[in-house]
Design a protein around this ligand. Structure first.
Ligand code: NCD
Ligand code: ZN
Ligand code: ZN
Length: 469
């Protein structure tokens, strides 16, 4: 690693890992009181909000609260107040690939992006398939102290798709794992998926399935299968590979009485399978990524590997269908699939490059741009799909609401501020953002975790500073 490399050098405000705390992230010592004034709660009414001991102590009409002695005051006039964002699908790369991301740097990117909780995907090295591995991720998250890092457990040992991992032991561990996933390795064997669902049902767990039939989306597939894949000479990946697994898993959810979550739906065909399952009352939820809402397969014409992602970017008709489905509630949540990569894994010929794009720092602005500016969602809707529903899916009771008595996990954003994405200013170690150079509207101003400011954007800057507790 070359420290001066633009891909791997430390960001300007390098996050510091702090000593391990015994509580949850941000819980070390009582947080000083915090008064937020004049914020637009869910874009609906203007409020003052007082935080004491890490919880929302008072929430009332703007102009009616004054700051207790010693309190930090945030003047949030013109800003929208939402519950802190919750990401159901984040790759933090630690342990194993700390050259691409660490739990501390990924947490910093999350805080800068308005997140207060992230679920850390299991495809690390070693894989998170034991209680010890899950507890280690949890502890590293607490040590970083910027967001609650909740480990996702692997469904199968080593993500090999054959033998179930220690699901029950992970659930009973300190990490209290509830969400299980083999990530980009779809649990293709129906018998294994059935057994996993039967197992997690006993403790209210959920399997997050990356829906793609590996027999249809073969090993070389790296592009949406269609007219463009033929023209570019890239192996294609048909929509049927997604829809067929969603339909099968919906049947398995019904058979077992268990719960399935579909990771990143990307096609109109996949959405039809989700709608059919939901119409029958199946216990099935699904998520979409910000990049599949905004970016489309035609970007691949330059063979730039920054646009190589699993599942692939789709045509505009699919992206439009995804936006409509997020607006009408067919899609339950937005999850980033933040997939940081070291330059030497990403800068290759398109077919050889690693799959994945970063997303934690741009997610809110991309959703604002694609959903709010277009009138498809209001801010209450954004809170639902980026915080409340993902918190409910993952069973994170401390997140997803702004209420008196609840832990003060909050984000304040300026809906009118435009930011030009600059990959060099990312808090992530990785530089593989597909939004570099794009100007997006909607900028995070402050992130609050249990009453502590974990990120703030100084008035003179476009980039949030992060503050580990
Ligand atoms: N989603 C991605 O594009 N990448 C994933 C792995 C994978 O799903 O192939 C990653 O871990 O980088
Ligand atoms: Zn995936
Ligand atoms: Zn993933």
């Amino acid at each position: 690693m070359t420290p001066t490399s633009p891909w791997e050098g430390a960001p300007a405000t390098a996050p510091r890992a702090t000593a391990a705390t015994t509580g949850q992230a941000g819980a070390a010592g009582p947080a000083p009181a915090l008064l937020v004034t004049g914020a637009s709660l869910l874009g609906e009414r203007t409020v003052d909000l007082l935080v004491e001991d890490g919880r929302v102590a008072r929430l009332q009409d703007a102009g009616t609260l004054s700051a207790p002695a010693g309190a930090t005051v945030l003047d949030a006039a013109g800003q929208v107040l939402l519950p802190g964002l919750v990401d159901l699908h984040t790759h933090l790369r630690e342990p194993g690939r700390e050259d691409a991301e660490t739990i501390a740097t990924g947490s910093a990117a999350a805080a800068a992006g308005g997140y207060t909780a992230v679920l850390a995907m299991a495809n690390t090295a070693p894989v998170t398939d034991t209680a010890e591995a899950a507890e280690r991720v949890l502890d590293l998250g607490r040590a970083a102290g910027l967001v609650d890092v909740q480990p996702i457990g692997a469904v199968t040992k080593g993500l090999d798709g054959a033998e179930l991992a220690e699901l029950g032991l992970m659930r009973r561990s300190r990490a209290a794992v509830r969400v299980f996933s083999d990530d980009g390795r779809c649990v293709a064997d129906g018998r294994v998926m059935r057994r996993a669902l039967e197992y997690v049902r006993a403790f209210g767990g959920v399997v997050s399935q990356h829906a793609q039939d590996p027999d249809l989306a073969g090993p070389g597939a790296c592009c949406h299968e269609g007219e463009l894949s033929g023209r570019l000479g890239l192996p294609g990946w048909p929509a049927a590979a997604e829809a067929s697994i969603i339909a099968r898993d919906a049947e398995l959810a019904r058979l077992t009485g268990s719960r399935v979550h579909v990771a990143h739906v990307t096609t109109a065909e996949g959405l039809a399978a989700v709608r059919a399952a939901k119409a029958r009352g199946t216990d099935l939820t699904c998520e979409v990524t910000p990049h599949h809402l905004m970016l489309t397969t035609d970007l691949l014409t330059g063979y730039d590997p920054v646009y190589k992602v699993n599942p692939p970017l789709r045509p505009e008709a699919d992206a439009r269908a995804l936006r409509e489905a997020l607006a009408d509630g067919t899609i339950d949540a937005v999850a980033t699939d933040h997939a940081p990569h070291a330059r030497h894994d990403k800068e290759h010929a398109f077919v050889d490059a690693a799959f994945g794009m970063t997303g934690l720092e741009t997610a809110l602005a991309v959703v604002a741009e694609t959903m709010v500016t277009t009138g498809l969602l209001d801010w209450a809707g954004v809170a639902r799909v980026m915080s409340t529903t993902p918190a409910a899916i993952a069973g994170l009771a401390d997140h997803g609401r702004v209420e008196v008595g609840a832990p003060a996990n909050l984000v304040l954003l300026d809906p009118a501020a435009s930011t030009t994405v600059d990959r060099e200013r990312s808090h992530s170690l990785a530089r593989n953002t597909p939004f570099h150079g794009r100007t997006l509207t909607g900028a995070v101003r402050s992130t609050v975790l249990r009453g502590r400011l974990t990120a703030t954007t100084p008035e003179t800057s476009e980039t949030p500073e992060v503050h580990p507790c």
